[in-house]
Ligand binder design. Structure first.
Ligand code: G3H
Ligand code: 13P
Ligand code: ZN
Length: 311
């Protein structure tokens, strides 16, 4: 099974009322934990790489690890650039074998976002890759950029047809109240997503795949383990799983998850060291961390995304 684009995955997901998990990867243990869960659950998969991940691990290492995972699992896997911010970065990822890129022009004006996205789409389509664009701006932390709640803006459904027609994008990320990182809602706040916006976008673009960023649930059990074992995380509230399931049953075909992976890994490592303060072999603490990622991803695939058995 070679690397695939997300084209077929999204078509089936839209028709089947489920979503594909797009998990951020940074190293071997994360890739193995995710792909082992997907193999056992027979789930199609998107592995996504941010520019920070690429700087940390190097493009070639991540690409080879993902190729190894495909050989090992036999799964259809799409490898995607998360939050590409320039044409050059998108081009470099496509030239280096990625089958999908995101060009995130959401911080530009509508016209400049269209021009940049169109340029990336032309290059990607000429090279067999697909493109995700973004309209509207999420709050939260991505890479070194911290977008405050005041600077965030919901997607305007009146703009989506023009954006998709003028750019030729294959999928569209929209802002309906999710946000990046572990601190999405303040303690006491009731999480709300603007499903009315999603419905309007869906009505404007029937059959077109929509993407949700910032979709970690910030699982309280992990935050608890971190804080019981020397961590100092403030109370954190994420996106309730029921809301993600609702979105997956609508036009949302791709759901992005990174923070929950980080929490699963960190909780496991902190607990391990609290229980074994004298250990120093990385294999000893990375093994349970990888297993924790596998459990987390299995739960997402089966109970949140509904894409188990769809590979
Ligand atoms: O949306 C951003 C992702 O969580 C990637 O985070 O840029 O720190 O790798 P990163
Ligand atoms: P989370 O921080 O909610 O995991 O979002 C990840 C994401 O959107 C990656 O693009
Ligand atoms: Zn994102």
């Amino acid at each position: 099974m070679p690397l695939v684009t997300s084209k077929d995955m999204f078509k089936k997901a839209y028709e089947g009322g489920y979503a594909i998990g797009a998990f951020n990867v940074n190293n071997m243990e994360i890739i193995q934990g995710i792909t082992e869960a997907a193999m056992e659950e027979k789930a199609p998969l998107i592995l996504q790489v941010s520019s920070g991940a690429r700087n940390y691990a190097k493009h070639v290492y991540l690409m080879k690890l993902i190729e190894a995972a495909i050989e090992d699992t036999g799964l259809p896997i799409c490898v995607h650039l998360d939050h590409g911010d320039t044409f050059e970065l998108c081009k470099s990822c496509i030239d280096g074998g990625f089958t999908s890129v995101m060009i995130d022009g959401s911080h530009h004006s509508f016209e400049d976002n269209i021009a940049l996205t169109k340029k990336v789409v032309e290059y990607a389509h000429a090279h067999g890759a697909v493109v995700e664009g973004e309209l509207g701006r999420l709050a939260g932390i991505e890479d070194a950029v911290n977008v405050s709640a005041e600077d965030a803006s919901y997607t305007d459904p009146a703009q989506v047809i023009e954006f998709v027609e003028k750019t030729g994008v294959d999928s569209l990320a929209i802002a309906i109240g999710t946000s990046h990182g572990a601190y999405k809602f303040k303690p006491g706040q009731v999480p709300q997503l603007r499903f009315d916006i999603l419905e309007k976008v869906e009505a404007q673009l029937p059959g077109f795949p929509i993407v949700l960023h910032g979709a970690s649930s910030v699982i309280p059990e992990y935050v608890d383990i971190i804080n019981k074992n020397g961590g100092k995380m403030p109370d954190a509230i994420g996106i309730p799983e029921a809301m993600l399931r609702q979105a997956a049953g609508m036009a949302v075909c791709k759901i992005n998850i990174d923070s929950d992976l980080r929490l699963a890994m960190t909780a496991s490592i902190r607990q391990y060291f609290a229980e074994h303060p004298d250990h120093f072999d990385p294999r000893q603490y990375l093994k349970p961390a990888r297993a924790n990622i596998k459990d987390l991803v299995r739960n997402k695939l089966v109970n949140v995304l509904g894409c188990n058995g769809k590979a």
